[in-house]
Design a binder for this molecule. Structure first.
Ligand code: RP5
Length: 178
């Protein structure tokens, strides 16, 4: 419980720490942070300023719509939206911005994330959400996808991405099974 509280505070603090954040990591509940911390950690690994926030499409709808409406003006270039159940946060964020929105379905208790996946991926035509995998792999890949988007106009970031892939492959080539 204490760890959860710290997580929430650190997510809130990041808002004030990073006035020039390029990526917003938005999640529907504090309970999503354990998973979405992997997105934040991956962005940090690439040296990308970002802001992690909790806001909900159904529990704080005004906050979610306000945040997405102002995101472009605030300098964000990508929004990652994570939610579990039929919460549909990424779709709601996407409805209020033309920035790319990357959706991460959270693993849910009742349906193991299938509900989250469908509510994120099945966007009706006209308002796109790029949907990633359920849970931690989706969180990591959302961050890597954000890096790839930002790298289109930042050659140094493209270089980091190439290096990341090279190291990843080297690790696999070096794997010895005993
Ligand atoms: C969604 O409901 C959140 O994204 C979370 O994954 C799920 C459960 O939230 P809590 O009841 O744990 O706050 O809105």
């Amino acid at each position: 419980m204490a760890a959860k509280k710290r997580t929430s505070n650190s997510a809130s603090r990041s808002k004030t720490r990073n006035p020039k954040s390029l990526v917003a990591v938005v999640m529907g509940s504090q309970s999503d942070w354990e998973t979405m911390k992997h997105a934040s950690d991956t962005l940090t690994q690439f040296g990308i300023e970002h802001e992690s926030r909790v806001m909900s499409a159904h529990r704080s709808p005004s906050l979610a719509s306000e945040f997405a409406s102002n995101a472009e003006e605030r300098g964000f270039e990508v929004i990652i939206g994570a939610a579990g159940g039929a919460a549909h946060l990424a779709g709601v964020l996407a409805a209020h911005t033309t920035l790319p929105v990357l959706g991460v379905p959270m693993r849910s208790e009742a349906l193991n994330g299938l509900d989250s996946l469908l509510s994120t991926v099945q966007m009706p035509g006209g308002i796109p959400v790029a949907s990633l995998a359920i849970g931690k792999p989706g969180a990591v890949n959302a961050a890597l996808f954000a890096v790839a988007i930002l790298a289109n106009s930042r050659p140094e970031l493209r270089e980091k991405l190439h290096r990341f892939r090279e190291l990843q492959e080297q690790k696999i080539r070096a794997t010895v099974l005993s």
